[in-house]
Design a protein around this ligand. Structure first.
Ligand code: ATP
Ligand code: MG
Length: 424
């Protein structure tokens, strides 16, 4: 991709009034554009990053047998009355409004009320269980304070998976599998997420949250530095410095962002909608359910909160929008410039063929310093500079975003080097 053609550019205006680090950097670097509090447009760089995160989520959900579906976001009132959630939490959380003929609707903020009656259409016997379906969709929540950039949107991306089981053992088995899939997702997204005991609602003792420790987090958790055991303060009786009940280490209090949450719903929704199955014993039983949520847009915001420095974003490898920033540095000598541009074009072509999509800063009349600053702000993991000076040694200058070391790499080795870098 040529930077000169990219829709959405970096901005030199420092957004002093931005509500958070992720909002400031993502806006300044040209990833997102705020429409109103908690609602953002994804520009090409932002959408590529969000899509990479969604793809990781999709791969890991498919790997545990999840089947992707897509439910509507526009939902009828009656299903929500069945569970009582039209009025509690009601408009506190759900955007509700009237359409034609005074019919009432709401926008989806979670989908148990849709997926349970849907499952009922296809489940009759124990042979139809277990199964799990998920979707990746924009959710809407009437959040009172949407002021943390992508961390707390009023419209935001969510993956919600729902699992259906014949008995508690099978629900527990799948719950563990889902928890492991979640750990892989966060690892791949460059986030160290703690597995945290949290409020389980009315149905089980605990749910589990996946929490990323960072100062910009809104949650407070207690976590053991030795074994990683953790609890949300909301349900916890720990104090800072307490002894870890699991390993004898020390529990520390810390701020964290909740990036995922998994629940055993058991029969809460199956009872409400009459979702039952006939067992091998010929009797009718309630189907038991689990639900598993993760916020790709919040993951994106969290990655920026965790991976940045004073110059800009530092993307983790697997979610970076492009692999490397190729920068052409030109000077006064038009003959030398032609050679620089020609080398860059060829390199970009070679990288593209191997599937390593680069971002090529081909801008003319822009100082090298400005191109470097933009590269740091956008934050691709690798920067490759081609200039008259580097070409005098048939090389390009290779630099990692998170390392100040400059290295000359033969032009003919750059593709191989980058392939190795991304494979590691
Ligand atoms: P919070 O406590 O932060 O408000 P929640 O517990 O209400 O979140 P869940 O219903 O568990 O959220 O949603 C599942 C996942 O969706 C969360 O773990 C988070 O990653 C994401 N998520 C929830 N609310 C938002 C939001 N307003 N903006 C962005 N992502 C969100
Ligand atoms: Mg939650």
């Amino acid at each position: 991709m040529k930077y000169s053609k990219l829709f959405g550019k970096t901005s030199k205006t420092v957004l002093h009034d931005a509500d958070s680090v992720n909002a400031r950097l993502l806006t300044q670097a040209g990833f997102v554009d705020q429409l109103m509090a908690g609602v953002y447009t994804y520009l090409p760089l932002g959408l590529r990053t969000l899509d990479k995160i969604k793809q990781i989520v999709r791969e890991e959900m498919n790997a545990i047998g999840g089947q992707e579906i897509l439910m509507p976001a526009l939902l009828p009132k009656d299903l929500w009355e069945t569970t009582g959630r039209w009025s509690d939490p009601g408009p506190e959380v759900m955007f509700q409004f009237k359409g034609r003929g005074e019919r009432e609707y709401g926008l989806g903020w979670t989908h148990e009320e849709i997926v349970t009656p849907l499952a009922k259409r296809f489940v009759s016997s124990y042979r139809d269980l277990p199964f799990a379906v998920y979707q990746i969709q924009d959710k809407f929540r009437n959040e009172p304070r949407a002021k943390s950039g992508l961390l707390r949107g009023r419209e935001f991306s969510m993956k919600d998976l729902y699992s259906f089981h014949a008995n508690l053992e099978d629900l527990d088995r799948f719950y563990e599998q889902a928890a492991q899939a979640y750990q892989r997702i966060f690892q791949r997204c460059g986030l160290a997420a703690l597995y945290v005991e949290a409020s389980g609602g009315a149905f089980s003792k605990y749910s589990h949250e996946f929490q990323v420790l960072t100062e910009s987090g809104e949650d407070i958790i207690f976590h053991c530095e030795k074994c990683g055991y953790a609890q949300n303060r909301e349900i916890s009786e720990f104090a800072d410095g307490d002894t870890c009940p699991k390993c004898g280490g020390t529990m520390h209090e810390g701020k964290a962002i909740e990036v995922g949450n998994i629940f055993r719903l058991k029969d809460r929704f199956s009872t409400a909608f009459g979702l039952t199955y006939t067992g091998a014993d010929g009797q009718e039983h309630d189907v038991l359910m689990g639900c598993y949520g993760i916020g790709p847009s919040r993951v994106l915001g969290s990655a920026v909160e965790v991976h940045h420095d004073e110059r800009g974003i530092c993307w983790p490898k697997e979610i970076t929008p492009y692999s490397a920033q190729v920068i052409a540095v030109t000077g006064k000598d038009s003959g030398a410039n032609a050679k620089v541009l020609e080398t860059c074009e060829q390199l970009v072509q070679d990288l593209t063929i191997t599937g390593l999509e680069p971002l090529y800063d081909d801008r003319e009349g822009v100082r090298a310093g400005e191109k470097f600053a933009d590269a740091d702000l956008i934050g691709l993991p690798v920067r490759i500079v081609i200039s008259e000076k580097t070409l005098a040694q048939n090389s390009g200058e290779w630099k990692l975003r998170t390392d100040e070391k400059l290295e000359l790499v033969a032009v003919s080795d750059i593709v191989g080097n980058l392939q190795r870098f991304f494979r590691k």
